[in-house]
Structure formats: structure tokens, C-alpha cells
Write a protein that binds this ligand. Structure first.
Ligand code: 5AD
Ligand code: FES
Length: 335
């Protein structure tokens, strides 16, 4: 089966065969092994603020959710997360947060350059949303190497079903192209089973990714959250998410594909199954336990009660049980 040459209609058919498909996963796993062997890369995720000025309809930390209890980590707290993470073998730190105007460009650059100074051998990844090209340039000069920004959905009209009018698919894509142009290793991605998503939308996501050619592609099921306008919409499925991971591995042999926390949250073995379907990255949480539950994008998020060291050990076992092993270098893309 050479899906590389598939026409859109053939991809629609492949995606719609929504069953648990060992054959597809085996093909994807074979390609993953050709490129990355059985190595699994780890990234230490630091969720440093849950303040957000946006109102994405699917997200639990949207500005309009007045029930959300908000927090910010100080620079010192962020640095101690890095210290703990470094001792546990992490060589990539991902600073993720809502779009929080409290963290001005100067503040972000100050944090990034402090991490850069202390950990010259580590990759610094930012995931702080849509910014101007100049802001992205400033963070890059301060020492950031990678940036994660999911495109969420490549179809402009579907995008407008998921976001209020002040956000646009055009600006989102502009950000991604700016980031690439500046020299970041870029990660994009989308939610599987988000409200109003059609199979054609998923094909558009694959086509957009082929055009962007990002280093990393993060996908996970949409999971409902009661304090959002989408409270009544049902979550995406394990089966379709695994299927999309396998298809991504076949279309993007070189890519970094995380087995995401959202995937682990809809099924007890979600991340292990993701690895077996072609994923090769896991992103355990390094945030202080006291704030874990507050970074509440969706319901039933896993790992909210575990210290970084416990999470690291737990993942070590889970990855081994799936037939792979964690490696502790920076984990750059192979392309
Ligand atoms: N379910 C699953 N994923 C979500 N995200 C935000 N809200 C949800 C949700 N309810 C994802 C988005 C975002 C990433 C940080 O988390 O894709 O880009
Ligand atoms: Fe976090 Fe298992 S990976 S507790």
C-alpha cells in the first residue's frame, strides 16, 4: 500500500475505515524503525501559565472560563523545573502556556536566555501561541530553538467553527511560516474528532502539513470540557487518533510524532498504543504538582498528581512495555 501517492478521495476512504487496523500500525511502525529504531525521545513540559487572552471554544483555560483558577510560575520556579528535569535526563524543555500578556517579550526572552545560559546542551522549545514575527525573532535570538503551534484545523471555515472571530486560520498559518523562516524547528498539529470536523477536513490537515513540512506533528483526540461552549460535544476516539498517527508516520517518515497526554487520557494504554502506531516522542510533565490540575485544557487529564520523577519512571516502564526505550539526548529530528 503506497499511500504516498494517494489522491484525496483515497485518503478519505482510508481514514473512514475507522477500525483498529493492525496492518496499518505495523506498516507505520516499520517506517518508524527504519528512521528512529526503537528510540523514544522525551521532552520535559513546563506549563508555566494558564492565563489566556483567547477564547477558543474547545479549551478549558479560555479567558471566559471564570471558574478556572489561574496561576503563573516565576522565573525561579521555571528554572527549578529545569534543574529537576535535567537531573532526570531531559535535554529538551518545553515552555507552554496560554497567551498571557503578563509575559511580555522581554520577560520571555529573559527566561529563555537564563535557561540557555545554564543548559547550553539543551533544546528550548516555546509553545506560547500566536505572536508577531519580531517577537518570534527576539525569542530565537535569546536562545529558543523550537516552537510548537498546532494549526488546529487547516480548513478556514472549520477553524471559524472552533474559534471566535478575532482568530483566523490565516494568521495561524502565517505564524508557522514565520517560525520556519526564522530558523526554528517547528511543530504543528491538530485535534482529532474536534466538533464539526469532517474527513475532508482531516485530509486538508494532511495536505497543509505536506506543504509546511514541520519537524514535529502533535495530534491528540479532542476531549470535551464542561466549562466551555462545546460541553455537549463528544470527544474524539482512540481508534481514529491511532489511525491518524499511523497515516502521519507513513506520510512523514522523518517526523517527530508525540504520543500525547490527551491520547493517554482517553485510554489507559493510549500512549503505548500511539507508540506502536508510529509515534516516537513522549512529553511528560515537569510542572510543580500544585499547579498540575489547573492546566485544565480538557477533562480527566492524566499525570496531574505525580511528581516529575514518578512520571519519568512510569513512562520508562510504559515505553519498555510497548517494545521501545527512552533515550536522553536532545532528540533532534532526522531529516
Ligand atoms: N481537547 C484536546 N486537546 C485540546 N487542546 C486544547 N483544548 C483541548 C481539548 N479540549 C489542545 C490544542 C492546543 C494544545 C495545547 O492542546 O490543540 O493546541
Ligand atoms: Fe505521568 Fe505515568 S507518565 S504518571
Amino acid at each position: 500500500m503506497n499511500i504516498l501517492n494517494f489522491k484525496d478521495t483515497e485518503l478519505v476512504h482510508l481514514i473512514n475505515t475507522n477500525k483498529y487496523d493492525e496492518g496499518l500500525f505495523k506498516t507505520a511502525d516499520g517506517i518508524r524503525r527504519e528512521n528512529y529504531g526503537t528510540d523514544v525521545y522525551i521532552r520535559g513540559l513546563i506549563e508555566f501559565t494558564n492565563y489566556c487572552k483567547n477564547n477558543c471554544y474547545y479549551c478549558g483555560i479560555r479567558a471566559a472560563n471564570t471558574n478556572a483558577v489561574r496561576y503563573r510560575l516565576t522565573k525561579e520556579e521555571i528554572l527549578s523545573c529545569c534543574e529537576e528535569g535535567y537531573a532526570l535526563g531531559f535535554r529538551t524543555f518545553v515552555l507552554q502556556g496560554g497567551e498571557d500578556p503578563y509575559f511580555t517579550d522581554d520577560a520571555v526572552c529573559d527566561i529563555v536566555s537564563s535557561i540557555r545560559e545554564k543548559y547550553p546542551d539543551c533544546a528550548i522549545t516555546l509553545s506560547i501561541g500566536e505572536k508577531s514575527r519580531d517577537s518570534y525573532k527576539a525569542y530565537f535570538s535569546a536562545g529558543a530553538n523550537r516552537y510548537l503551534l498546532r494549526h488546529e484545523t487547516a480548513d478556514a471555515s472549520h477553524y471559524s467553527n472552533l474559534h471566535p472571530e478575532n482568530m483566523s486560520s490565516i494568521n495561524r498559518k502565517r505564524c508557522l511560516y514565520d517560525l520556519k523562516d526564522i530558523g526554528y524547528q517547528v511543530g504543528s498539529g491538530f485535534m482529532v474528532g474536534s466538533p464539526f470536523q469532517t474527513t475532508e477536513n482531516l485530509v486538508a490537515d494532511l495536505r497543509f502539513l505536506q506543504e509546511l513540512s514541520p519537524d514535529m506533528i502533535g495530534i491528540g483526540p479532542y476531549i470535551t470540557h464542561k466549562q466551555t461552549p462545546f460541553a455537549e460535544h463528544k470527544s474524539g476516539t482512540l481508534e481514529l487518533t491511532l489511525r491518524m498517527i499511523a497515516i502521519l508516520r507513513i506520510l512523514f517518515p522523518y517526523a517527530l510524532l508525540p504520543a500525547t497526554t490527551a491520547l493517554g487520557s482517553i485510554h489507559p494504554q493510549g500512549r503505548e498504543l500511539g507508540l506502536k502506531a508510529g509515534a516516537n516522542v513522549v512529553m511528560p510533565n515537569l510542572s510543580p504538582v500544585r499547579v498540575r490540575k489547573l492546566y485544565d485544557l480538557y477533562e480527566n487529564k492524566i499525570c496531574t498528581g505525580d511528581e516529575a520523577a514518578e512520571c519519568r519512571m512510569c513512562l520508562e516502564k510504559r515505553v519498555l512495555s510497548a517494545g521501545y526505550q527512552i533515550v536522553t539526548h536532545r532528540g533532534d529530528v532526522k531529516r
